[in-house]
Write a protein that binds this ligand. Structure first.
Ligand code: NAD
Length: 501
């Protein structure tokens, strides 16, 4: 059985660690590979390679770096299908969905192809007699990314193209559950002409993460994953003096007002709830039915949920693939049981679903579940289930819906379904959430905006990619310049604080 290696200084290496972890095919339940689990020594070696590469990469011209990004973008486009299949085989999501994440990740590379404009400094002429001021931004050095299983290509692509195009070098610690996409991407970078050592991968779990968080050679850490680990990463790495962006978990509400087109809303909420088996940080996990919208909405959601096709991710026609691990499948199915015990109505029960083909008898499948009459006190509302479970909470008024969202500890994404522009405007101004959709269930921003939630969905203050990503991976310098020529300008320096006259 193959071992998925690290990627350090432009080539594969099994590293110094002797530990490995199994990688499964979630559709069959079988182990298909091992992944090397990196040690502190592997992180040291990767940081050393990245530090050495930084010396020349940070001196390369912006045009050279952008040329690499153009070539990399083309390779991502040409290999979208292959990369999508690789992701599907380890994650479980459908190939079509996996291709979608590659495309959304590629958009970040496209953003970096226009970096010249975003990186422009500003210039102020004659701020004082004969004195001008300009500013510019420089890369930080070696930066690291620690990423979750649910988007093994896209989430790292939120980080490394921006870091690398701005002149940094990068060490990625991908999820140990679906590690192969990272290595595939590393090879595309190599083929795009990226010098050795600029992009490195150390696979592993907590040991590798801890070595990154404490490493004196790493200037900044980008993290995406669950909230408890985001808090840990933020605390530990900021204490070690690093710049940190840490994106956490989510509980995303879709509010449906009685004036909405209920079939349209149900259709989009169903896709947003069960797509990628609910393993998206922007998945719709709570539908908030306002007033008289409730009965008709639940009826339409039930109809739609019963039409979802569950199967292996590479079979044509599959809407919903398996969950990533057996543990995830058990956790989600237990959560449905707990919801029922706590008084929720299980309108559609996805537990115990078996795919017809015996090849997939041991796959980590669970069907879509729809829970009605869920209340804010129930576990199904309070916990991030990260599975194909949609909870319907019924409220009487629009204000109550907004209060519910604002009282929730998470604030990643939210959506409103309505025909009223006034309601939409009120919603977007009042909800304490970072990314908002109006009749759009999964409002993931384009790459030239930045991605990030509020509250427990983003620890620290920096969203990823777009202008905020550029700001995160660079630091500013302001230069005050004088080229003395006239007698006045050559006058002796004064001892009092300089004033702008
Ligand atoms: P996770 O927190 O378990 O793992 C994320 C990363 O942290 C992985 O690389 C993992 O190896 C590492 N890690 C795990 N436990 C650790 C520990 N104890 N110490 C140090 N490092 C540790 O998350 P996951 O299960 O891979 O991904 C799902 C979670 O990610 C969900 O909560 C989801 O909402 C969140 N997520 C958030 C966003 C966002 O943009 N806010 C995007 C994608 C996923």
């Amino acid at each position: 059985m193959k071992t998925i290696p690290h990627w350090i200084n432009g080539s594969s290496t099994e590293g110094s660690g002797t530990r490995t972890q199994p990688v499964f095919n979630p559709a069959t339940g079988e182990q298909q590979a091992h992944v090397a689990l990196g040690s502190a020594t592997d992180v040291d070696i990767a940081v050393e390679a990245a530090s050495a590469a930084f010396e020349s990469w940070s001196e390369s011209s912006l045009s050279q770096r952008i040329q690499v990004m153009f070539a990399f973008r083309q390779l991502l486009l040409e290999h979208e299908e292959e990369l999508g299949r690789l992701i599907s085989a380890e994650h479980g999501k459908t190939v079509e969905d996996a291709r979608g994440e590659v495309m959304r990740g590629r958009e970040v590379v496209e953003f970096t192809c226009g970096l010249g404009d975003v990186l422009k400094g500003s210039y102020s002429d004659q701020v004082s007699r004969g004195v001008d001021v300009h500013n510019f931004r420089q890369p930080l050095g070696v930066v690291a990314g620690i990423t979750p299983f649910n988007f093994p290509a896209m989430v790292p692509l939120w980080m490394h193209p921006v870091a690398i195009a701005t002149g940094n070098t990068f060490v990625l610690k991908p999820s140990e559950r679906d590690p192969s996409a990272a290595n595939f991407v590393a090879d595309l970078y190599r083929r795009a002409g990226l010098p050795d050592g600029v992009f490195n991968i150390v696979h592993g779990g907590k040991d590798a993460v801890d070595a990154i968080l404490d490493h004196p050679g790493i200037e900044a850490v980008s993290f995406v994953g669950s909230t408890p680990i985001a808090k840990y990463v933020h605390r530990t790495a900021t204490e070690a003096g690093k710049r940190v962006q840490a994106l956490g978990g989510a509980k995303n509400h879709a509010v449906v007002l009685p004036d909405a087109d209920l079939d349209f809303a149900a259709n989009h909420i169903t896709a947003g709830a069960y797509g990628s088996a609910g393993e998206r940080c922007m998945a719709v996990s709570v539908a908030v039915a306002v007033g008289e919208a409730a009965d008709a909405l639940v009826e339409a959601l039930e109809r739609q949920a019963r039409e979802v096709t569950v199967g292996p991710g590479d079979a044509p026609g599959t809407d919903l693939g398996p969950l990533v691990t057996k543990a995830a499948q058990e956790r989600v199915e237990n959560a449905v049981g707990t919801a029922a015990a706590q008084g929720a109505a299980v309108v559609v029960d996805g537990r115990g679903l078996k795919v017809d083909d015996p090849t997939y008898a041991d796959g980590f499948f669970t069907g879509p579940s729809l829970l009605d009459h869920v209340t804010a006190e129930m576990d199904a509302y309070q916990q991030e289930l990260f599975g194909p479970v949609l909870a319907v909470v019924r409220v009487d008024t629009f204000d109550e819906a907004i209060e519910l969202i604002n009282a929730n500890p998470y604030g990643n994404g939210t959506a409103l379904f309505t025909a009223s522009g006034e309601a939409a405007r009120r919603f977007q101004r009042r909800v304490k959430v970072g990314m908002i959709g109006v009749n759009v269930p999964v409002p993931v921003p384009m790459s030239y905006y930045s991605f990030g939630g509020w509250k427990d969905s983003l620890i620290g203050d920096s969203p990823v990619h777009g202008p905020e990503g550029v700001r995160f991976y660079t630091r500013p310098k302001v230069v005050t310049t004088r080229w003395p020529r006239t007698a006045v300008q050559q006058a002796a320096a004064g001892f009092s604080f300089p004033t702008s006259v």
